[in-house]
Design a protein around this ligand. Structure first.
Ligand SMILES: O=C(O)CCC(=O)C(=O)O
Length: 298
């Protein structure tokens, strides 16, 4: 838990030293401890004894805010995770979407046969290597984090079969696929939303996981008065195991962010396949950025 989240729970301070309690005279006789007098706390070693400090509660000036507990989602089915001004955000979780043997076979084939490479992204003009490997399929290029993956129409046949199965279950059609390979627990993807203009409004994203289980975390976008502070937002963690399908739908990309954080235990490789639909960028729009709302001209 971050320091700030922890500090939000306690209000108070350590009080100044109390005056030494006066010991009633004549209460001690024959070197015996007095009865009914609070004994001084035992101290290890010699030297002058200090009176202990006590904790004093101060009525908080601002109401204490609880950091909401993180919810864990493991149950198969449709889950409405929020319903705000931008609409309903929904997740559909289907563990076992692929039977284990089929998932094992797909995992080893895709690990060996996809054209994995490490992408270089840019943040504030600085280049950095993504902490995972990726490849892209689709008739259009995909730009995020200021770097572009070229269009690639050479779909691996297995991915075409998988796309059909995902389309049947989700009721959506997809023309593109971003593949991520997390080589071990040190590989990750940071907090983001899949909300580039080229993905359209309210995109449905269907993600299939193969290999070791990793935690997919979501956090709600804070309201404007929080000035970008995520301390008190709702959080959900979804362990995504071998063969699971997760569909993000409705306003999820507007109202929530997601990540797969680094882990500090050993983790084996994991492949994640996110099916999407890409559209031509609106004219004059910079690829890889969000669509800004522009009020219509009178
Ligand atoms: O690996 C995952 O489950 C998430 C991948 C992801 O967030 C993305 O491709 O945008």
């Amino acid at each position: 838990m971050s320091d700030k989240r922890q500090r939000a729970r306690v209000q108070g301070s350590w009080a100044k030293q109390l005056p030494k309690p006066s010991i009633p005279t004549g209460a001690v006789s024959n070197n015996q401890q007095p009865r009914n007098v609070n004994p001084a706390p035992s101290s290890w070693g010699c030297g002058p004894q200090k009176t202990p400090k006590t904790f004093e509660f101060h009525q908080p000036t601002k109401p204490v805010r609880d950091v909401p507990p993180e919810n864990v989602m493991e149950q198969a089915g449709d889950h409405e995770i929020s319903n705000g001004p931008s609409g309903v955000s929904r997740l559909r979780l289907l563990p076992g979407f692929l039977p284990p043997e089929e998932a094992d076979w797909m995992f080893s084939k895709l690990l060996a046969e996809l054209p994995w490479s490490q992408k270089t992204n840019y943040r504030q003009g600085e280049a950095y290597e993504e902490p995972r490997l990726t490849c892209w399929y689709g008739e259009l290029p995909y730009t995020y984090a200021r770097s572009t993956m070229a269009a690639n129409t050479q779909w691996h046949p297995l991915l075409l079969t998988l796309r059909e199965a995902v389309e049947q279950v989700s009721g959506c059609s997809f023309n593109s696929l971003l593949c991520n390979l997390y080589r071990d627990g040190h590989d990750s993807i940071g907090w983001h939303s899949d909300n580039e203009a080229a993905l359209g409004t309210k995109p449905t994203i269907a993600s299939v996981s193969l290999g070791d289980t990793r935690v997919f975390s979501l956090r709600k976008q804070p309201p404007p008065e929080e000035n970008g502070d995520y301390t008190y937002v709702e959080r959900i963690r979804v362990p995504l195991s071998h063969g699971t399908l997760l569909v993000m739908d409705g306003a999820t990309q507007d109202d929530w962010q997601h990540q797969v954080a680094k882990e500090y235990h050993d983790r084996g490789p994991r492949i994640n396949l996110t099916f999407r639909t890409m559209y031509l960028e609106p004219e004059g729009h910079r690829p890889g950025t969000k669509l800004r709302f522009t009020p219509s001209q009178p």
